[in-house]
Design a protein around this ligand. Structure first.
Ligand SMILES: NC(=O)c1ccc[n+]([C@@H]2O[C@H](COP(=O)([O-])OP(=O)(O)OC[C@H]3O[C@@H](n4cnc5c(N)ncnc54)[C@H](O)[C@@H]3O)[C@@H](O)[C@H]2O)c1
Length: 421
């Protein structure tokens, strides 16, 4: 199938490269020229295990290319995915500027295009957005009718950063919402080589499924962290507790890892957006709101525990791990941001290290020191805080007798304190 993808970030790039590997012809569209050049020269714009090989093969065999030209990208394809960002506004509500911009550009190309084109939202958008925002904008710009002259659908993305390529080829399910039969058929055909369950529904339900999945996962993490904080106060290792709790089939073992809190571009943003939307509708969301509160406070526990070990003011503190999870360079909403800020407020001199995310973190926090290796960060510091569970932080020899606050349970050293154990 001939596919175009608007937005070549984590989701757009991974989706595009993997769809090309499945035998489709893919054009990625973005507004950032540097991203386009990198993709066309086979260099991923994000760090994702396995992505460089899939991208290189796809570009090499002419199955994938990137462009800034919407008429070229949309005009030569039959289905377009919208994969642009949907960040939070200051009040937590969803900022749909990028989605509206993408829909407008798609619509103006469809005005001149005669064959039937499908427009599919893949970005995570507040329920109702595909029907009430994307569709009407494309209709206005193209002068055509959704579901009649062009197709409209919603196909949420469930990939996990750090394992995104794997997730693309082995998803638990694919959710397809569509207004028209042609778009539903095209999406079904596109995913059929994966041989996984496909859940067909309407666009707004598909949007709600994505929010509900993310909020469910976020709530599990916040709950196990809260149970972890209580366990630690009782002298109990919550990791033991979680193991046995997870053996209950009604609960299951995944997402029961206590630690320094969740981060990343999705959980906080999506929980806030749904909570704001609910407020608009006159519905209260006390559970979602407390998940966010719990998670905002959790990274600060690392600093509080460190304070119990030494006087932070004037000390050099190594912060190991800046990305929100291992195998990713994404620092959006990472717990490390809160840890670094709290250390700085208490008068520490922060030396940070991450195997791949330092450059991204530097853009947000240019004033701290960045070490070239975990060893040099640790050796030059008075104490260590581990925020992300990169494998290379597991070696106890790295730390000697330095005080270590471990937010992820990645190691065990002589002078050690875990966040929930
Ligand atoms: N990152 C994840 O793990 C993940 C997982 C599932 C779903 N999602 C959702 O997918 C969406 C995209 O997330 P992401 O992490 O890939 O975002 P991102 O910020 O990495 O990428 C968005 C891209 O869209 C481009 N863009 C913005 N406006 C544009 C326009 N008008 N035309 C063309 N390109 C434009 C940007 O330049 C950028 O390259 C979001 O809604 C997010 O919530 C993300």
């Amino acid at each position: 199938m001939k596919i175009s993808i608007v937005g070549s970030g984590y989701v757009g790039l991974v989706t595009g490269a993997c769809l090309a590997k499945l035998g489709n012809s893919v054009v990625l569209i973005d507004v950032i020229e540097e991203k386009i050049q990198r993709i066309n020269s086979r260099r991923p714009t994000v760090f994702e295990p396995g992505l460089d090989a899939v991208l290189s093969e796809a570009v090499g065999k002419g199955a994938l290319r990137a462009t800034a030209d919407f008429s070229d990208g949309i005009g030569t394809t039959e289905l377009t995915f919208i994969c642009v960002g949907t960040p939070s506004r200051d009040d937590g509500s969803q900022d749909l500027t990028q989605v509206a911009g993408a829909a407008e550009s798609i619509g103006s190309v469809l005005k001149e295009k005669s064959d039937y084109h499908s427009v599919v939202t893949k970005s995570t958008v507040v329920p109702g957005t595909t029907l009430k925002t994307v569709g009407p904008i494309v209709e206005r710009a193209s002068g055509k009718r959704a579901g009649v002259d062009f197709g409209l659908g919603m196909n949420p993305e469930f990939l996990k950063e750090g394992d995104a390529v794997n997730d693309f080829f082995r998803p638990d399910r694919v959710v397809i919402g569509a207004v028209d039969a042609k778009t539903r058929e095209r999406l079904s055909e596109l995913y059929s080589p994966l041989g996984v369950p496909v859940f067909h529904t309407d666009c707004t339900t598909a949007e709600m499924i994505k929010y509900s999945s993310n909020i469910f996962l976020a709530a599990r993490v916040a709950l196990v962290n809260e149970l972890g904080n209580v366990s630690k106060a009782l002298g109990i290792d919550v990791r033991e507790v979680a193991k046995a709790v997870g053996m209950d089939r009604r609960i299951g073992p995944l997402f029961l890892k206590a630690g320094a809190g969740f981060g990343g571009s999705c959980f906080r943003k999506d929980a806030s957006a749904l909570s704001r939307k609910a407020r608009e509708l006159g519905v209260s969301t006390p559970i979602i709101d407390s998940v966010l509160m719990q998670n905002d406070a959790q990274p600060l526990r690392l600093v509080e525990l460190l304070e119990g070990k030494l006087k932070i003011k004037g000390k050099r503190i190594a912060v190991l791990g800046l990305s929100f999870k291992p195998n990713s360079d994404d620092v959006r909403d990472a717990p490390s941001l809160k840890v670094v800020d709290a250390l700085a407020v208490r008068g520490a001199y922060v030396v940070a290290y991450d195997p791949v995310a330092s450059d991204n973190f530097r853009k947000l926090r240019p004033d701290i020191e960045y070490a070239k290796s975990a060893r040099s960060a640790v050796n030059s510091s008075d104490a260590v805080v581990i925020v992300t569970e990169w494998e290379e932080f597991s070696d106890p020899m790295l730390y000697g007798t330095k005080p270590v606050i471990d937010g992820r349970g990645i190691t065990k050293t002589e002078n050690y304190e875990g966040v929930c154990w």
